[in-house]
Design a protein around this ligand. Structure first.
Ligand SMILES: *Cc1c(COP(=O)(O)O)cnc(C)c1O
Length: 344
């Protein structure tokens, strides 16, 4: 069995993209001021404001769990509730961190096909109760791209915005794969964020080619009041902040973030094309970003594991998830497809 240099378990199996690495080295030439007061952090923050075409408040944290949890805790009080999809990462993969950091805000779960919360599901949860004994709905959280590799279209987001406006709900977006959604939809970042009523975006860098780090963008500055203290208290204020921020310049210059996401999406599209129609396999969701979910017979799963492939089978609805990264090559896709065909 040839040793695998690439895997499809998650896009966080990949390493650092060269452009980001270059900025880690550039930020390492001299001493700088600490705790986010350095020129690198200021420069990246400005670039992000330019990219989103709005004067946002920008914060850098270590990972997505921290970004989501702290952003949500800033949007609601402990007696509020957060409406999310039943497959949402904040519900299934953050060990209760959103509830912990918000001091107990409850997550209310709604449904919707293909990992997407629907306006009807949101409305149903809001209207379920209106008495003092139930945690008051305050925030809608949307994952873009979703946990099952689909994306919310701009029209879908605008419909959700209407519901949010109707019931005075705020909107949080878990954008661990926001780049993949933008690359898929071919829109400007503003068109699927603040123009659709998104208050806060957690913009993922790790899965797009950074070593570590996510950005939190508050599109309404007032909602970011004292957020720096919240980050510090949560252990999320990096003293050498420039090593979280500077690598973003590598992603943002020349639109490398879109190139990286585009490669991941295209490799997933190729994988989907090659698996589509193979007897015994069933594609589970329309592929719109960088993952392909497949139902396959147990002996095929066993064969792939024996061949040294890593992949998850607990995400989504029980199939095998194959996730492509910024650097996934077509050869790796071919190798996986070859092993799947051999097993069938
Ligand atoms: C990866 C991911 C995150 C972030 O996870 P961390 O491991 O905390 O960095 C958040 N949301 C979604 C949908 C993800 O896939």
């Amino acid at each position: 069995m040839p040793e695998k240099t690439q895997q499809f378990a998650s896009d966080n199996y990949s390493g650092i993209c060269p452009e980001a690495l270059e900025y880690t080295v550039k930020a390492n030439q001299r001493h700088e001021t600490a705790y986010g007061t350095d020129p690198w952090t200021a420069k990246v923050s400005d670039r992000l404001r330019e990219l989103f075409e709005i004067d946002a408040e920008v914060y850098f944290v270590f990972n997505g769990t921290a970004a989501n949890s702290l952003a949500l805790s800033a949007l609601c009080q402990s007696y509020h509730s957060i409406i999310g999809h039943e497959l949402a990462h904040i519900e299934t993969d953050e060990c209760g961190a959103p509830e912990f950091f918000s001091n107990g805000s409850k997550i209310l779960l709604g449904g919707g096909d293909n990992g997407k919360l629907t306006p009807a599901a949101i409305e149903q949860l809001v209207k379920k109760r209106s008495d003092i004994h139930y945690p008051k709905p305050k925030v809608i959280t949307l994952t873009q791209a979703t946990e099952v590799g689909t994306v919310y279209s701009r029209d879908e987001l605008l419909e959700i915005r209407n519901v949010a406006d109707k019931y005075a709900l705020k909107i949080h977006m878990d954008g661990a794969r926001f780049a993949n959604a933008v690359a898929s939809l071919k829109v400007k970042p503003k068109e699927i964020t603040w123009q659709c009523g998104v208050d806060v975006l957690c913009f993922g860098g790790t899965k797009n080619g950074l070593a570590v780090g996510e950005v939190i963008l508050f599109f309404r500055k007032k909602q970011a009041e004292d957020f720096d203290y919240r980050c510090k208290q949560a252990g999320q204020l990096a003293s050498k902040m420039r090593f979280l921020s500077a690598p973003w310049l590598g992603l943002l210059e020349n639109d490398i973030w879109l190139k990286n996401a585009g490669n991941a999406n295209e490799r997933a599209a190729s994988l989907e094309r090659q698996l589509n129609g193979l007897p015994g396999l069933k594609l589970m969701f329309p592929r719109q970003a960088n993952s392909v979910f497949v139902q396959m017979p147990p002996h095929v799963l066993d064969h792939l594991h024996q061949q040294g492939w890593h992949f998850y089978t607990f995400i989504g609805a029980g199939g095998a998830r194959f996730m492509c990264s910024w650097d996934t090559t077509e050869e790796s896709v071919q190798a996986l497809v070859g092993d799947i065909k051999a097993a069938l």
